[in-house]
Write a protein that binds this ligand. Structure first.
Ligand SMILES: *[C@@H]1O[C@H](CO)[C@@H](O)[C@H](O)[C@H]1NC(C)=O
Ligand SMILES: *[C@@H]1O[C@H](CO)[C@@H](O)[C@H](O)[C@H]1NC(C)=O
Ligand SMILES: *[C@@H]1O[C@H](CO)[C@@H](O)[C@H](O)[C@H]1NC(C)=O
Ligand SMILES: *[C@@H]1O[C@H](CO)[C@@H](O)[C@H](O)[C@H]1NC(C)=O
Ligand SMILES: *[C@@H]1O[C@H](CO)[C@@H](O)[C@H](O)[C@H]1NC(C)=O
Ligand SMILES: *[C@@H]1O[C@H](CO)[C@@H](O)[C@H](O)[C@H]1NC(C)=O
Ligand SMILES: *[C@@H]1O[C@H](CO)[C@@H](O)[C@H](O)[C@H]1NC(C)=O
Ligand SMILES: *[C@@H]1O[C@H](CO)[C@@H](O)[C@H](O)[C@H]1NC(C)=O
Ligand SMILES: *[C@@H]1O[C@H](CO)[C@@H](O)[C@H](O)[C@H]1NC(C)=O
Ligand SMILES: *[C@@H]1O[C@H](CO)[C@@H](O)[C@H](O)[C@H]1NC(C)=O
Ligand SMILES: *[C@@H]1O[C@H](CO)[C@@H](O)[C@H](O)[C@H]1NC(C)=O
Length: 809
């Protein structure tokens, strides 16, 4: 991916040079470049231009700035932090069942004093070279190049290298004005503007609680429950996505998969360490936040080179367009997905068919069922002798639950027009003792043919065994090996798509550990440490290739929670992972909105959640279980935000309210599914905007309310769904009214509250009725003719339902 600056240089004629006489004396030993533009004062930099960019380089003062053709600042060095530096020592990512805990106390203090020696320009290139004044780093030199030939046509490609010495990490820093607000870096849950945080780039389990108490401490304090650091922190994320866009229209995309740390003006210099602490009673995710007043962004990348693309556009949405031109966009979803609900059900053919019939009886628009237990349910011991429902990771239909799978799946389609989705991951479990039997034991087949990541400690070709909670052990497929990729693609074609399923949950991708006990077999020397963040990308690519090779790409849905910077193009649906089954901001229902906002800025604009949440926790002093209001309110929110509308039963289905619990729950979910379906034309319009311009379905209000300070502080209280609808979900089980701040989106617009018809000015707090079924929905008024048309079905629904009441009892 990286193009050597030396090679680039030789491509350009007319190179010009400037030098720092202090650093090099008269031209410098071994620096065979001509000698121009020298002799300027230390503070007034030399102007230069390359491509459409203008640079100002002050060699003596060791600073530079780069602006685009509109004069917008793209990269300006800071006086607060070295613009380039290096350190030695690796960050430590301790693994425990996919829960990685990051510590950086083993990284040396970085060099602090880069000094420039010379710069040179070519038609599309600026190159700056130098060394370090710090004694400890005096053996190192560095080079940064900026090229105006980016993938999106307008960005600036940067490429920095540290030369010589024992360098483990490279850092680049630049100025950020105080008001610049940051969004993206993949899935970030519970946080709005990311300014002030240090955000690690590392795919891992998202954590259970993530700072919300008491569950986080319960899990983090006792490793025998779910493994070390299973509670996670505000910064634990399934994704490793190193791209962001900002409120002033700037964007940044980092190349590569090595560990990175984004310091978004935290001002901190102490080693980054994961912490689950929260402030303000869990309302604000602390993680690593500082109340910063600094104006410097610093990105650390493991290695001695770092490259990527930056740029500045007029507005944040335009920045997202450019960002997604660089990193890629998700393929289209099938049209049928927008017609109604996908019900997540477990329990076998009879139960599933009965629920389909009952749902249709209630008039639920139902497009599919998602049956994660198609390969069998595996009970995992839990508190109170209540078992967790996990799955048998052996990819064939379970003979007891789904005895006639191959005939039954087409039967559901023919009889009810209900599509079936199943489940896959990159683990295989030993099914020798599976109580309901098996035809093939893929774990043994994979063991015999050497398909798994290997145990380097044993060093005898044996499998590196992962544990997904107590009692669930499996091998992890080594998809860094191309023959294993081909083997698994064939397996998926025969075991999954020989039956006309319409997609899958494509789970996990985060578990490859990076310590000395792990070995990959790819013959290319790629280490686990280098492959860790690429694993989710390779996983998504493998599955997308299968559907494309079978001609099913446009008629199936593959949903992932793990991802990396460039994997959007390989997955048509992102799923925001496992939320706690409550309203919590850090890890419950609210977290869906913050997650969707950030992952959407990073290019995954087609996202959705498990309606009702996933993670139950039964503990000695508290239980997290699903109540009817939670399922109902979550369904409302999904109807008004998600790309697809899918439920999950949760990991202990028996303690949760389910869509199919009784008439009350059927009626509420049917209502929500209808609300989802009537929004099809509007949802498709928003999705079209994503496909063409990269704009996500769920948008932080700041994209329309740039100058509004109050709007910039929104985390999950409200969001724009597409361009015309402001939504404020109800995050309280009992609340029947809603207090919400309406962002100031400029004169000429008001907000119309759909259920009452009342209009409100932006920039104000309002209180509206929000009984069950009627969360805060405000249309930005006036609408365009196209928006009015796309929303007409929804407005008919509103007219019809505004007097109706829903029950949760
Ligand atoms: C610190 O990093 C070095 C490699 O730079 C490694 O050998 C050592 O094990 C690390 N120590 C700790 C405590 O992480
Ligand atoms: C990371 O830290 C753990 C726990 O202190 C230690 O056992 C391990 O050797 C360290 N790993 C590396 C790569 O430094
Ligand atoms: C830790 O959890 C295990 C398994 O649930 C339990 O048996 C043990 O008592 C717990 N230990 C503490 C100190 O709470
Ligand atoms: C736990 O449940 C199993 C079956 O679900 C039952 O056989 C067993 O007696 C129960 N154990 C306790 C201690 O309640
Ligand atoms: C698979 O499980 C069976 C039954 O527990 C055990 O005997 C066998 O050794 C396991 N195979 C491998 C390769 O671990
Ligand atoms: C790897 O092998 C060693 C030595 O046989 C064993 O102690 C360890 O548990 C194995 N680790 C994993 C993750 O399979
Ligand atoms: C990939 O895995 C296969 C099966 O274990 C092995 O035979 C092959 O050598 C591996 N490929 C490379 C390039 O290492
Ligand atoms: C989430 O569940 C935990 C455990 O029951 C509880 O303490 C916490 O207050 C809940 N959070 C919300 C927002 O409901
Ligand atoms: C949690 O649920 C278990 C099992 O139903 C029950 O025995 C226990 O009393 C509950 N605990 C709390 C605090 O509600
Ligand atoms: C329906 O089921 C939910 C969840 O179990 C329960 O809370 C509610 O009381 C039930 N309603 C009726 C009418 O049975
Ligand atoms: C809206 O309410 C918030 C929270 O109570 C308050 O801080 C803010 O000043 C209010 N804004 C306006 C415009 O009234």
């Amino acid at each position: 991916m990286r193009v050597s600056t030396l090679i680039l240089l030789s491509l350009f004629e007319g190179t010009s040079w400037a030098f720092n006489h202090h650093a090099y004396g008269n031209g410098g030993p071994g620096f065979p470049f001509p000698h121009k533009n020298a002799g300027h004062g230390p503070s007034d930099g030399q102007e230069c231009s390359f491509g459409s960019y203008k640079g100002k380089v002050d060699v003596l003062g060791s600073s530079f700035s780069i602006s685009n053709s509109k004069g917008q600042d793209v990269w300006t060095t800071s006086t607060e932090r070295a613009f380039i530096s290096a350190s030695s020592g690796l960050a430590n990512q301790t693994d425990s069942s996919g829960n990685f805990e990051i510590r950086s106390d083993n990284i040396s203090a970085p060099c602090k004093s880069p000094q420039m020696q010379a710069y040179r320009t070519a038609p599309e290139l600026l190159v700056i070279d130098g060394n370090f004044a710090d004694g400890a780093c005096s053996a190192l030199s560095w080079s940064i190049s900026f090229s105006s030939s980016s993938k999106d046509g307008e960005g600036l490609v940067f490429d920095a290298t540290i030369i010589g010495g024992n360098v483990d990490n490279i850092y680049l820093a630049f100025e950020s004005p105080k008001e610049e607000a940051f969004f993206g870096l993949g899935e970030q849950a519970g946080i709005g503007n990311l300014r002030g945080y240090r955000i690690p780039f590392w795919t891992r389990e998202g954590g259970v609680g993530r700072g919300e108490e008491p569950v986080t401490s319960y899990l983090n304090s006792n490793r025998s429950i779910s493994g070390t650091f299973a509670g996670g922190s505000a910064l634990t994320s399934y994704t490793a996505i190193a791209s962001y866009a900002t409120s002033i229209g700037r964007y940044f995309v980092l190349n590569g998969w090595n560990y990175a740390l984004f310091d978004l003006a935290s001002g901190k210099t102490d080693p980054f360490t994961d912490t689950a602490e929260t402030e303000l009673s869990g309302e604000i995710a602390a993680g690593d936040k500082s109340d910063t007043s600094t104006t410097v962004i610093e990105v650390m990348y493991e290695g001695s080179t770092m490259s990527g693309t930056v740029g500045c556009k007029d507005a944040m949405l335009d920045a997202i367009t450019s960002l997604t031109q660089v990193s890629g966009r998700q393929p289209a979803l099938p049209d049928w997905a927008f017609d109604g609900a996908v019900l997540g059900i477990q329990g076998g053919q009879e139960k599933v068919e009965r629920i389909i019939q009952t749902s249709l009886h209630y008039g639920m628009p139902l497009v599919g069922v998602w049956l994660q237990d198609w390969s069998g349910t595996r009970l995992q011991a839990g508190m109170y002798n209540i078992s967790l429902s996990r799955l048998w990771w052996n990819w064939e239909p379970d003979m007891t639950l789904y005895p006639t799978w191959a005939d039954w799946v087409p039967h559901l389609l023919d009889t009810y027009q209900v599509r079936t989705m199943s489940y896959v991951n990159t683990f295989l479990a030993n099914v020798t003792n599976k109580p309901t039997g098996f035809n093939r034991n893929f774990f043994l087949e994979a063991t015999e043919s050497g398909r798994f990541v290997q145990n380097a400690t044993a060093n005898d070709g044996s499998t590196w065994t992962i544990t997904s909670g107590p009692g669930i052990d499996a091998g992890l497929l080594d998809i860094s090996n191309t023959t294993t990729v081909a083997w698994f693609k064939d397996l998926i074609k025969t075991q999954f798509y020989s039956v006309p399923i319409k997609g899958m949950m494509q789970d996990f991708g985060e578990y490859l550990a990076v310590d000395s006990s792990v070995a990959l077999t790819n013959g290319q020397g790629i280490t686990p440490r280098e492959f860790h963040n690429e694993y989710p990308g390779a996983w998504a690519r493998l599955l997308r290739e299968v559907t494309e090779e079978l001609g099913l790409g446009d008629d199936s849905i593959g949903f992932h929670r793990s991802a990396n910077t460039f994997s959007a193009a390989h997955t048509n649906l992102f799923w925001v992972g496992d939320q706690d089954i409550n309203f919590s901001r850090l890890d419950g229902m609210r977290a869906v909105i913050s997650s969707s906002i950030h992952v959407g800025v990073s290019g995954f604009g087609q996202a959705h959640s498990d309606v009702g949440g996933y993670t139950n926790t039964l503990a000695p002093t508290f239980n997290i279980t699903r109540t009817p209001p939670l399922l109902g309110r979550w369904g409302e929110m999904a109807a008004l935000s998600a790309a697809t509308f899918r439920t999950h039963e949760g990991n202990i289905p028996s303690v949760n309210t389910q869509v199919y619990s009784n008439e009350t729950t059927y009626l509420y979910h049917t209502y929500n599914a209808r609300m989802y379906a009537v929004l099809k034309p509007y949802r498709k319009m928003a999705i079209q905007e994503y496909q063409e311009k990269g704009w996500p379905l769920v948008r932080h209000p700041i994209v329309y309310a740039g100058g509004d300070v109050a709007a910039s502080k929104i985390i999950d209280e409200s969001y724009f769904f597409g361009g015309a609808m402001l939504v404020a979900p109800v995050y309280d089980p009992a609340e029947q009214t809603l207090d919400v701040y309406l962002p100031d989106i400029g004169p000429g617009y008001v907000y119309t509250h759909v259920w009452s018809g009342e209009t409100f000015y932006g920039g104000s707090n309002v209180t509206v009725d929000a009984p069950y079924g009627k969360p805060g929905v405000f249309l930005r008024t006036p609408l365009s003719a196209e928006e009015t048309e796309a929303l007409s079905g929804f407005m008919e629904f509103v007219e019809q339902e505004k007097g109706a009441t829903l029950s949760v009892a």
